[in-house]
Design a protein around this ligand. Structure first.
Ligand SMILES: O=C(O)CCC(=O)C(=O)O
Length: 265
């Protein structure tokens, strides 16, 4: 299985519509290259562009859904299309990740559970999701998480218990805490003996320089690839059998004292 992470630079001078068209082309270029493509958090608007959230909010079947469903089908890939500002039917906003199958069907949605910002920004503007989400990608079931979720290990343990062999973390992580980003991505891989595919944004938007440094970590904690600061695509080969091998050879997950269910292998 081959995965490509497309680290988008969110340039405020580019309109969301132009960016959707450009990102759709980048995804379509992955035809025959990757089986799974991953995009960052809130790339249509910018994760810190709070003042645009209301105006750019879209229903689940909105413009990002349409563009990405088409791109997934054109490229014939599983597409984690990052997240959008979702306007729910009751008017609430959610930070919602969209995952498409290779035929362009919406395979899963995940509403970000841990909202970032403490008493400001996303934490007050958006409602919180309340459900863990896994996606049954053949051979490599994915657990879905978004940005700040990375700081909450219990969520990843829950995803492992639900059968995830890899975590896809879509983010708009600030440069100021880049070391936390790479450290936590590796920690989530090591403690859960699972792949971590962590795709962030590059560039600067809303005055917040982005960390970039998207990375892919294997179940032993080795960094297989890491991007720089700007727009970049990382393509990495993943071996789903390595998860079982790692869990068999170093069966630490079996020694959990507080967990209830042993993880699937
Ligand atoms: O936890 C962090 O340092 C960054 C989180 C974040 O930027 C987000 O969730 O949007």
């Amino acid at each position: 299985m081959r995965a490509s992470l497309i680290q988008i630079a969110v340039d405020p001078a580019e309109s969301p519509n132009s960016r959707r068209a450009r990102v759709a082309s980048l995804v379509a270029e992955q035809r025959g290259v990757a089986d799974l493509v991953v995009l960052p958090e809130l790339w249509p608007v910018g994760a810190f562009a709070y003042e645009s959230f209301e105006a750019e909010a879209e229903p689940l079947d909105g413009p990002t859904h349409r563009a990405m469903a088409k791109a997934a089908a054109e490229a014939s890939v599983w597409l984690h299309a990052g997240s959008v500002v979702e306007r729910a039917p009751d008017g609430a906003l959610y930070n919602t990740a969209l995952v498409f199958s290779p035929s362009g069907e919406l395979a899963a949605t995940y509403r970000k559970m841990h909202r970032f910002g403490f008493d400001a920004g996303e934490a007050v503007m958006m409602a919180a999701g309340d459900a863990l989400v896994t996606v049954p990608v053949p051979d490599l079931p994915l657990g879905v998480a978004t940005c700040y979720d990375l700081r909450f290990p219990e969520m990843f343990r829950g995803l492992v218990d639900a059968g995830a062999l890899a975590f896809v973390v879509s983010a708009g992580w600030p440069a100021r805490r880049r070391e936390h980003w790479t450290l936590l991505a590796r920690a989530r891989a090591v403690e859960n003996q699972a792949y971590v595919l962590a795709c962030g944004t590059g560039g600067t938007h809303a005055g917040v320089p982005q960390a970039g440094h998207s990375l892919v970590v294997d179940p032993w904690g080795e960094v297989l690839a890491e991007a720089g600061d700007g727009e970049e695509t990382l393509t990495v080969d993943l071996d789903p059998a390595l998860v079982a091998t790692t869990r068999d050879r170093f069966p630490a997950l079996k020694d959990r004292l507080l967990g209830l269910a042993p993880p699937r292998r």
